[in-house]
Design a protein around this ligand. Sequence first.
Ligand SMILES: Nc1ncnc2c1ncn2[C@@H]1O[C@H](COP(=O)(O)OP(=O)(O)OP(=O)(O)O)[C@@H](O)[C@H]1O
Ligand SMILES: [Mg+2]
Length: 316
Amino acid sequence: MKTKITTVTLNAAIDKTYYVPVLAKGKVIRAEKILSMAGGKGVNVARVLRQLGHSNVAATGFASGYNGQFIIDQVRKIGIESEFVGASGESRLCLNFIDRTDGSSTEVLEPGPEIREEHLVNFKSKLQRLSEESGLVIFSGSIPKGLSSGLYAELIEIARQAGAEVFLDASGEPLVQGLAAKPSFIKPNEDEILPLLAETEKSGGQDLYGGVISLMEKGIPNVVVTLGGEGAVAGAEGKLYRVRIPKLRPVNTVGSGDAFVAGYAYGFIRGWPAPRCLSYAAAAGCANALSQVAGDVRLSDHERILRDVQVEEWHR
Ligand SMILES: Nc1ncnc2c1ncn2[C@@H]1O[C@H](COP(=O)(O)OP(=O)(O)OP(=O)(O)O)[C@@H](O)[C@H]1O
Ligand SMILES: [Mg+2]
């Protein structure tokens, strides 16, 4: 298998965090600390892959205007090949105000650039080339406004035709429609799996494992449902697994799903058996929860937590 992993972020952004004494409406507020990070779920996955020690990582999607240039520069600085395509206007700035008094978080999200037909055409040809060079292409996150929610199915087809394996981490309609293209791996969380289940399962007629089995039967070989602090349940190679993680004191769990995807990809591209991919992934999700920044894993945290992750085969 080729070692290159390409991540796709259609909605790349700058995640800017302002730490303020108190978020008082109608007042002048002086920030005590500011953090600016290239973000968007696929960018997070790419960053964690690099942090885990995977060297050959490319990031693509749309990055536009000055904000887009910031994203490209940051991505390059950490050794990720930047393959973003331009669009019309500015990439999103996502503001997050953390109030020191009560720890609350208030977000303001920009709408993002306009993506026109010509941008999409450029992107598809870039995706085609990157997929030819890559063993694995990972699609993460939402689809920008104005584009079809069936887009992932089409993009997965391009990547697969070019010979790459495909992961899809999305939710809602883009996930439902993306399933038709049978990605190799999906990772809904507990909320995201609900729309994928048949009515009987939603009403409690079946457990999560039933949902995992029905998704595997639809032709998705690796299905993981992550459960936040409760670990995950999974199905792979026709077997079911329960993933248990140690108790931690989480600092910020945003991006833990992205870190999980990065960890699974790290093992998958090396041909590891599913239980080993699962424990590596879960430890990455946990390590991310220990960092203030979304999509950020310290290797020492990952190594320590990995020893305490348990994956057992589940017999129904
Ligand atoms: N509170 C927590 N304590 C310990 N580990 C956690 C916690 N939250 C998440 N994790 C780890 O991260 C993994 C993925 O988390 P989660 O199910 O929250 O993903 P998610 O909802 O897709 O997150 P996001 O979309 O914000 O990246 C879990 O399986 C677990 O290994
Ligand atoms: Mg998620």
